[in-house]
Design a protein around this ligand. Structure first.
Ligand code: AMP
Length: 550
């Protein structure tokens, strides 16, 4: 027997109209690419999105068509989030930090018909254009006064929407319709497209507003440091209209000073970003001797996208905020776990609770996790046994766009490629990417734990650990360090690490470098480092073989 309840589809346009109606005057503040600070509200966001929807339809954008963006976090990009998905087309956000060849590949693979771009990317667009196969319309996301220097034939966003009506009847369609397309960073092989649906996006948005999710609410003023071009900015553009949170968009300005000034001026209570952004933010605060605790109202900070060093989490605590990790990936919506402590953890010491907040967290409702060994057997969730993390749920991919890559198995389990431990009540600790794990004498050494320990040393700015060949142990860890000023003494650094990790985990050697390679999303490029040190001869071996270490 079926229930007798209404079947209203979960559509992104519903989020916008809800906010326009019930949170009409809540602000959306954007730092624009033209340089000014713009103030919108959910009412004006909805009005402008409806005008844009009319303009897109006039342009010939239809159901299922892909509209690509190369753009920062601004009001116009947000309007595209709602207008494109709202008419049943697919918003294809592209990471402008990728190489031009990758960008051409991605935009062609997605079959994008329209390319919307910020004026900061005009040169990039001219470079990409000869290689773009399907794009019919180029739109510069600016006003008529800033069209000089834009690639020939580009339309102007403001001129395009100005004559349109602000009335628009959003179409109603199946909630499983595609709404967004985002390509994974592609550290191996070609980037792969993850295709989000209206349903997955709305369920994910509801989760963000749960207390046991990100507790996003109407009381928040959110500084959105996660780019709108990276996995739907972790769902915040959709969660915010759902609950009526104020949104603060930093545009292209993600340096510490710009973020600090904006957070202060807009009374931001909540923020999210990758560790690199938070490092810049804290460097600025500490370097300028600011009293952030009294100047900012920051209550909660989510750090995700890659492993957050504990030292960084402590620094964030010093501004009066509660920092927490969250874990996920493009394929998981992205938020799958959040480090929210349980009631029973109230009994823990401050240090104990802090440790929990530094874990990747536990699954939010809807997300199921399990750990698997190399032979495909499920491992115990005992908090110590590491295995590959698998995930399934209503906002987890069911397969990549175009059918490429390896999707989930027949039961829906998607292999994340992350190595983790999991406690009985689901607290996950990510220890490595499967391909980065160091296997020494058959035992696993967690490069993330070692890096975390090294980054606690006062003379270490950044650290990476990679496995290098060893005749007896197969692999041993090599620590690559970017020093903070003067390089620390190698022996003293090893001694320091002994306070945090087992003796057999200690790196066999330490090398100092000026910088480490990062991906376009700020993750350490371990593959590049491993390639660089593939032939590295440890000093102990160099002595016996007579070869000098590099
Ligand atoms: P992406 O699809 O580009 O968002 O990358 C997803 C990957 O980022 C995950 O598979 C993890 O390897 C890494 N990642 C994300 N969040 C965390 C976290 N809190 N701790 C450690 N690694 C993370």
């Amino acid at each position: 027997m079926l229930g007798l309840m209404q079947e209203r589809p979960l559509l992104i346009s519903g989020l916008l109209e809800h906010a326009a109606r019930y949170h009409a005057n809540t602000e959306i503040v954007s730092k624009t690419c033209e340089g000014d600070l713009r103030r919108d509200s959910y009412r004006t966001l909805a009005e402008r999105s409806r005008k844009l929807a009319n303009a897109l339809i006039r342009m010939g954008v239809g159901h299922g068509d892909r509209v690509a963006t190369l753009a920062w976090n601004t009001h116009r990009h947000l309007e595209l989030y709602f207008a494109v998905a709202g008419i049943g087309a697919v918003l294809h956000t592209v990471n402008p930090r990728l190489f031009p060849e990758q960008l051409n590949y991605i935009i062609n693979h997605a079959g994008a018909k329209v390319l919307m771009y910020d004026i900061t990317f005009s040169t990039l667009v001219s470079e990409l254009r000869p290689g773009l196969e399907h794009v019919e319309n180029y739109v510069a996301m600016t006003d008529g006064g800033h069209m000089d220097g834009m690639p020939d034939g580009s339309l102007c966003y403001e001129d395009m929407i100005a004559p349109e009506q602000s009335a628009f009847e959003w179409p109603v369609f199946d909630e499983n319709t595609a709404s967004g397309l985002c390509y994974t960073s592609g550290t191996t092989g070609n980037p792969k497209g993850v295709l989000y649906s209206h349903r997955s996006t709305l369920l994910h948005a509801m989760m963000l507003c749960q207390v046991d999710g990100l507790a996003l609410s109407n009381h928040d003023s959110t500084l959105l440091c996660v780019p709108l071009f990276h996995v739907n900015a972790w769902g915040v553009p959709h969660g915010s209209p759902l609950c009526g949170a104020k949104l603060v968009l930093p545009g292209p300005h993600l340096d510490g000073k710009s973020l600090y000034d904006l957070a202060k001026a807009e009374g931001c209570t909540f923020s999210l970003g990758v560790p690199t952004v938070w490092m810049g933010f804290m460097d600025y605060i500490e370097g300028s001797g600011l009293d952030a605790r009294s100047e900012l109202k920051m209550e909660r900070v989510i750090v995700g996208g890659s492993a957050a060093p504990k030292s960084l989490m402590r620094r964030l605590e010093s501004i009066g905020a509660v920092p927490r990790q969250a874990w996920g990936m493009s394929e998981t919506g992205p938020v799958a776990t959040v480090a929210n402590p349980l009631f029973k953890h109230n009994e823990l010491s401050d240090d104990g609770r802090f440790d929990l907040r530094c874990m990747a967290g536990r699954p939010v409702f809807g997300v199921e996790l399990r750990l698997m060994d190399d032979e495909g057997r499920e491992l115990a969730a005992d908090g110590v046994t590491p295995g590959e993390l698998q995930v399934r749920g209503p906002w987890v991919t069911s397969g990549y766009f175009g059918g490429e890559g390896k999707g989930p198995d027949a039961d829906g389990w998607f292999s994340t490629g992350d190595i983790a431990t999991m406690s009985e009540d689901g607290f996950v600790r990510i220890t490595d990417r499967a391909k980065d794990v160091i296997k020494s004498g058959g035992e696993w050494i967690s490069s993330i734990d070692l890096e975390d320990a090294a980054m606690r040393h006062p003379k270490v700015a950044e650290a990476a650990v990679v496995g290098v060949p060893h005749p007896k142990w197969q692999e041993r860890p090599l620590l690559v360090v970017v020093p903070k000023g003067e390089a620390p003494d190698r022996a003293e650094l090893r001694q320091f690490l002994m306070g945090f990790v087992a003796k057999w985990w200690l790196p066999d050697d330490v090398v100092f470098v000026e910088s480490l390679p990062h991906t376009a999303t700020g993750k350490l490029q371990k593959m590049e480092l491993r390639k660089q040190y593939a032939q590295y001869v440890l000093p102990e071996l160099a002595e016996t073989s007579g070869r000098a270490a590099e």
